[in-house]
Ligand binder design. Sequence first.
Ligand SMILES: Cc1ncc(COP(=O)(O)O)c(C=O)c1O
Length: 374
Amino acid sequence: MNRADLPPAARVGDPLDGVDTPALLLDLDAFERNVARMQAAADAAGVALRPHAKAHKCPAIALAQVERGAVGICCQKVSEALPFVAAGVRDIHVSNEIVAPAKAALLARLALHARFSVCVDDAQQVELLASATAAAGSRLDVFVEINVGQDRCGVDGADAVQRLLDAIAAHGELRFAGLQAYQGSLQHLRGHAERRAVAARAAARAADVVAGLARAGVACPVVSGGGSGSVEFDLVSGVYTEVQPGSYVFMDGDYGRNEYTDSLRFEHALFLATTVISTGGGERIIVDAGLKSLAVDSGLPDVWGAAYDYVAASDEHGTLRPRGATTPLLPLGARLLLVPGHCDPTLNLHDELIGLRGSTVEAIWPVAARGLSR
Ligand SMILES: Cc1ncc(COP(=O)(O)O)c(C=O)c1O
């Protein structure tokens, strides 16, 4: 026997209780409401929505987002973009910098099949992109990334942007497309008011750069940024013309712990189905989902709709405890749903996402960009 002989975890039409665990599930109703809600908010604000595919790595989800009105998607890595191009996504922004010639060559080749843009924050990256596109006979749109408070990638101030624009202008294959102004460290600040204040500072820094460029006679076609924790502020900032939220489609446990107002709120749509595989002779609750099926960097998963806490994870096991002295232990074979703490690295652990309508399997979607992190 080989891998191909493995029975599938689920088939379309199976009941939820028949899905082999651990299995990553998507509540299709909640997912579709999340996609529609974000699109409606972007449309109402007159801002383009370019959802980040690093959260889901799943072409079927990207196509659903584009069908609803997204202008394209973001990818964080060049290799990650490949399955999306193969699936027919025609507008992809690589929201990151690259310095390796092999990556630039792949990007330039991909740009023969779809409109691609990529970020720079150093003239050396511009030269690399110029040689790769010249060799491939393709064109690339280039975003200059500016630092709006995260102190990750990005240059500071309009003068630094202008120097990169001069470098870009020297190459006919490259076109300045706009600024990327992403502030990642604010996304999980819990308090709504605190997130609003930090998002306002990020937008103000981006606005300063746009104004500085305008004084030098340079128009900035697009200002792109924002994530699921800041998007409600970015949309009404008057600065961002495009937003890049990713996790909102799933609303993982960590995002669920943020404080929201009623204005723009998303629903948990991603669950990990797990089964009790041991009770230690009636003493414990041990489930079949551990570190190899769940990312715990943003906290242990929540147990959905049941009075138990997931208290410890090892590679293939999880330990649960009843919440409260009167809650009984669970019998062998009992099934539970977990809400993963962090969706992006959890998706990266799974080959497929099992879409449920109510409690019936309706779709099985490959997580085709899983593991593509170069
Ligand atoms: C550049 C960039 N844009 C957008 C996002 C999307 O953020 P989220 O999944 O938190 O909505 C990220 C996430 O890390 C990012 O790095």
